[in-house]
Write a protein that binds this ligand. Sequence first.
Ligand SMILES: [Zn+2]
Length: 319
Amino acid sequence: MAGLFVPKEVELIKKIPLSKHPTEDRLYWPWTQNGQYSCKSGYRFLKMEEEEVRPVEAQNGEKDLWRSIWGLRVPNKVKNFLWRVCHEAIPTKSNLKRRHILVDSQCERCRKEDETPLHALWSCSELKLVWALSQWNSRQITGVTNFKELLSWILNNQGNPELFGMITWGIWNQRNQVYNHKPCCTSDQLVSQAKERLDEFLAVFPRVPAVEPKPQAVWKPPDGRLVKINFDGAIFKAENRSGIGVVIRDNTGAILASLAQSFSPALTPVEIEAVAAARALEFGLETGTVEAIPEGDSELIMNSLRSGGGTIASVQPLV
Ligand SMILES: [Zn+2]
């Protein structure tokens, strides 16, 4: 093989687990579990391809930012607002001018500069008082050119991004109230009001407790004279190895036979479960088991065994 393929390809070819019985080659669609094409999976595949074209770094950065925003303990309207600001999707005057809705993009507060999202929420000279009352000020944070960069900086460097989010939401809300000639708080009240609103929110929605560990599955003995064959697979990525284990027990729980095997390479989770299932059934026959209940923790493989092996295209020859 080494003479025919490049080393990377040889490695990939060697990773393909082989069936123990002769099977004909056949084509299957790799993006669904049963190997059948569906419109939904086709669409998902095209979207995936499209995303792969974009630079990976940008994708990861976007994902991290979105995850951080979504993880903030603030009302959903504030998360939504922060996300829209990061995408330059709030109706500041400069954004409205860009869309040919307004001709003038000057900030109404300072009447000096264009009202970009960063200006409207952060760098406007009229907001100095607001930010001076908070833990952040514009002298600390320099060199940011848009709101996304500012928020990323806050998330990475400063505590309490929740309060930062509440203040920016408050600034935008106040700006809109003034714009629509409606009553609103004064600039020196903005920070304390944002703090109060955040405290109120946190009192009603305290930190979500850590997810409780799942109760351990209890082994149930088989009925009557049947035996139960339990199997499982494991992957050791660092050593590029896979392992399987099989235990056959009677209805009192006594172990009649057991087996553990390790081999290379490291398979995928579904492959190793399929190999473990196939080896478990084979081991049952070798040990003279007549009637047995196979039991594994992969629902996918168990369903495949129940339905005669026809559901998981990629591992079907293995089961
Ligand atoms: Zn301004």
